[in-house]
Ligand binder design. Structure first.
Ligand SMILES: C[S@@+](CC[C@H](N)C(=O)[O-])C[C@H]1O[C@@H](n2cnc3c(N)ncnc32)[C@H](O)[C@@H]1O
Length: 371
C-alpha cells in the first residue's frame, strides 16, 4: 500500500494558529471577565490590573497552547506514518475548537476596542493628567503673578505717594525762595525736597545773624544760600566737601545763581579722627577753623560707605558751636547705622530734643533748647 500524504494544515500553520488562539484564549477569559464588570456602552475606565492580568494570562495560555500544538504536530507526523485519516480528523477537530475560541476573542476584542474608542478611556486619562498638571502650573503662575502684582502695586503706590510729597515740597520751597536759574537735581545723592523744605524753613527761622554749616555740598548749598538771602542780614553757609570735583560743581552753581557772597565751599579731605575712644575717617578738623555761631547744621556727609558711623563725629565736634535754638538735621536717618548714631547723640546730649521726620530718606532733627 502506497503511503497517503496527509491532507489539512501543515505543522507551521498549526503553530501559528495555536499561538493566535492561545493569546486569544487568554484575552477571551480576561475580556469576558471585564465584560461582566464593564457593561458595553457604559464606558468605565479600564482598571490597570486588567492589563497585567491579560499579559499574564496570555503567557500562561501561550505555553499551554504550544504544548498542545507540539502534541498535534506529533499526531500529524504519526498520521503520516500510520492512520493518517484518523489522526487528521482529530487534528482538524482540535483546530476547529481553537478557531472558534479565536473568533470569540476577535468579537470581544473588537467590542472592547469600540467601547474604549467611544469613551476615549486611555486618551481621557492622559489628557486628565496633562490637564491637572497644566491647571497646577496655572494656579502657581496665578499665585506668583498676584504676589508680583501686590508687591509692584505697593511699590507703585509708595512711589506715587513719595513723588507727590516731593513735588508738593518743591512747590512749597518755591513759595519760600525764588531761584534765579535752574537748580541741580534733588533726590538720590542730593537732598530730597522734603528735607530741603525743612532745611530752608529752619534757616529762615534761625536766630538772625547765625551761620549755616553743611557737611557734604551740593544742591542743598544753593537752597541754604537762597534762604539766607531771603532772611537777610548777616549769615553765610559754609559747605565742606572731601571731593574737589563735587566741590567745584557746587562752587560754579553758586556763581551762576549769584550766591557766591552767601556761601563758601571748603575742601576738607578725609582724615583719621580720634573720637569717642576710637579712630575713624572724617573731614580734616582744621576745615572747621573759625566756625561758630551756627543756627543750622545739615549733616549729609561723609558718605556712608566710608564708615558705618561716618557721620557720628559731627555732634561731638560741633555741639559747642551751636547757638541756643539751633538745629542739627541728619539726612539718611532711615538707615540703621544713622538711627544708631542718633541714639548715641541723644544719650550723650540729653539736653537736645530729638525728632524723626518721615521724609523720603528719613531725617532726624535735634534741637538745642532756646535758653
Ligand atoms: C550725600 S552727598 C551730599 C549731597 C548734598 N548735600 C546735596 O544735597 O546735593 C555727600 C557727598 O557725596 C559726594 N557726591 C555727591 N554727589 C555724588 C554722586 N553723584 N556720586 C558720588 N558721590 C557724590 C560729594 O562729595 C558729597 O559731598
Amino acid at each position: 500500500m502506497s503511503e497517503r500524504p496527509p491532507k489539512g494544515p501543515s505543522g507551521g500553520d498549526l503553530l501559528a494558529a495555536a499561538r493566535h488562539a492561545a493569546a486569544g484564549g487568554a484575552l477571551v477569559l480576561a475580556a469576558e471577565a471585564l465584560g461582566r464588570r464593564v457593561p458595553a456602552g457604559r464606558g468605565a475606565a479600564l482598571p490597570l490590573g486588567v492589563v497585567g492580568a491579560l499579559a499574564g494570562a496570555g503567557v500562561w495560555a501561550g505555553r499551554r497552547a504550544e504544548t498542545r500544538v507540539r502534541r498535534l504536530q506529533r499526531e500529524v507526523a504519526r498520521a503520516r506514518r500510520e492512520d493518517a485519516g484518523a489522526a487528521q480528523d482529530r487534528v482538524l477537530a482540535a483546530l476547529r475548537g481553537l478557531d472558534a475560541r479565536a473568533q470569540r476573542l476577535e468579537r470581544v476584542g473588537a467590542r472592547l476596542e469600540r467601547a474604549a474608542e467611544r469613551e476615549g478611556v486611555r486618551g481621557e486619562r492622559r489628557e486628565d493628567r496633562q490637564a491637572k498638571q497644566a491647571a497646577k502650573r496655572l494656579t502657581d503662575l496665578r499665585r506668583s503673578l498676584r504676589e508680583v502684582e501686590e508687591r509692584l502695586g505697593d511699590r507703585v503706590r509708595a512711589e506715587a505717594a513719595t513723588s507727590f510729597a516731593q513735588t508738593e515740597a518743591l512747590l512749597n520751597l518755591l513759595c519760600l525762595v525764588s531761584p534765579r536759574s535752574a537748580l541741580p537735581a534733588t533726590r538720590g545723592w542730593a537732598a530730597s525736597p522734603d528735607l530741603l523744605l525743612t532745611y530752608v524753613s529752619e534757616v529762615l527761622a534761625a536766630p538772625p545773624g547765625t551761620d549755616v554749616l553743611e557737611l557734604g555740598s551740593g544742591t542743598s548749598t544753593l537752597w541754604a544760600a537762597y534762604a539766607l538771602e531771603v532772611r537777610g542780614g548777616e549769615g553765610r553757609v559754609l559747605a565742606l566737601d572731601h571731593d574737589e570735583r563735587f566741590l567745584e560743581r557746587t562752587r560754579a552753581a553758586l556763581e551762576r545763581h549769584g550766591l557766591a557772597a552767601r556761601a563758601e565751599v571748603r575742601h576738607a579731605p578725609i582724615e583719621d579722627l580720634e573720637v569717642a575712644g576710637g579712630t575713624q575717617p572724617w573731614y580734616a578738623v582744621r576745615a572747621l577753623e573759625g566756625v561758630s555761631g551756627l543756627g543750622v547744621v545739615l549733616v549729609d556727609g561723609p558718605i556712608g560707605s566710608m564708615h558705618p558711623r561716618s557721620r557720628y563725629p559731627a555732634l561731638p565736634l560741633l555741639r559747642d558751636r551751636l547757638v541756643p535754638g539751633a538745629v542739627v538735621l541728619l539726612d539718611d536717618a532711615g538707615r540703621p547705622e544713622e538711627r544708631e548714631l542718633v541714639d548715641d547723640w541723644a544719650r550723650e546730649h540729653p539736653e537736645l530734643s530729638v525728632e524723626h521726620l518721615g521724609h523720603e530718606k528719613g531725617t532726624s532733627l535735634l534741637r538745642v533748647p532756646r535758653t
